[in-house]
Design a protein around this ligand. Structure first.
Ligand SMILES: Nc1ncnc2c1ncn2[C@@H]1O[C@H](COP(=O)(O)OP(=O)(O)O)[C@@H](O)[C@H]1O
Ligand SMILES: Cc1cn([C@H]2C[C@H](O)[C@@H](COP(=O)(O)OP(=O)(O)O)O2)c(=O)[nH]c1=O
Length: 211
């Protein structure tokens, strides 16, 4: 059985960059590594619909916090068996965003804290009803929100395929998401959380293997 690790953080925090570096490093070391990014755009209709809603389509879908949370959760529910099989066949399964994204973003949308109703609803729906595997570890890539916001804005300016969505353009929302993420990490929500401010892959790769 491999380790299931979820990497979390704000839009533009550098999750994708960090995950790519960790996967390369561990594979060079001979470990069997499998990775998936949520939302699974292009593979999951509900993920695509949610992203389109965040870019202004599908009427008032985006206004419902619970509907948006459910769209992202259904994407994961559909991937549950694949993740379980990957954990059985690999040393490490690395997830770029997972259930905690839904907890942090939707609690933040409702101005709730990590001990509020939304985080509990996400836990109940995703881990209990959808039976998603619980990560062995979470990693919070906790760069300062201003840094993440700046990176997301620069990425949008230089990459025409990555315009900022509704959440990325909402600075107050990102600040509240950051706060909920830190509370989730502090309370070790569902499993131990490792927090890193700079995402040094060498150090993090070792810390995760040492755990
Ligand atoms: N450690 C870093 N230092 C500087 N820029 C970075 C770093 N990590 C990522 N970036 C840049 O910031 C932007 C967002 O990174 P990305 O990995 O796509 O973030 P996320 O997946 O969290 O949205 C990208 O343009 C990336 O090249
Ligand atoms: C995976 C996931 C993402 N989100 C949010 C975080 C992001 O702001 C947004 C889109 O995900 P993101 O990973 O940022 O995709 P991209 O920038 O490539 O479009 O959706 C949730 O609210 N719940 C979830 O379960």
């Amino acid at each position: 059985m491999g380790q299931l690790i979820a990497v979390e953080g704000l839009d533009g925090a550098g999750k994708n960059t960090l995950v790519t570096e960790l996967v390369d490093r561990w594979r060079r070391d001979g470990l069997r590594v499998w990775t998936v990014t949520f939302p699974r755009y292009g593979e999951s209709v509900t993920a695509d619909l949610a992203a389109e809603a965040l870019h202004g389509q599908h009427g008032d879908l985006r206004e419902s916090v619970y509907a948006m949370a459910l769209m992202f959760a259904l994407d994961r529910a559909d991937a549950a068996d694949e993740i379980r099989a990957a954990v059985a066949a690999h040393d490490i399964v690395l997830l770029d965003r997972y259930v905690a994204s839904n907890a942090a973003y939707n609690a933040a949308r409702l101005s709730q804290e990590a001990d509020g109703e939304m985080v509990e609803w996400v836990r109940e729906v995703e881990f209990h009803r959808f039976r998603l595997p619980v990560p062995d570890h979470h990693v919070l890539l906790g760069v300062a929100p201003e840094v993440a916001l700046d990176r997301a804005a620069r990425r949008a300016a230089t990459d025409a395929t990555r315009p900022r969505d509704l959440y990325e353009r909402d600075t107050d929302l990102q600040l509240r998401v950051d706060r909920v993420y830190r509370q989730l990490a502090q309370s070790m929500w569902m499993s131990p959380w490792l927090s890193t401010a700079d995402g040094d892959p060498a150090e993090l790769a070792q810390r995760l293997l040492d755990e």
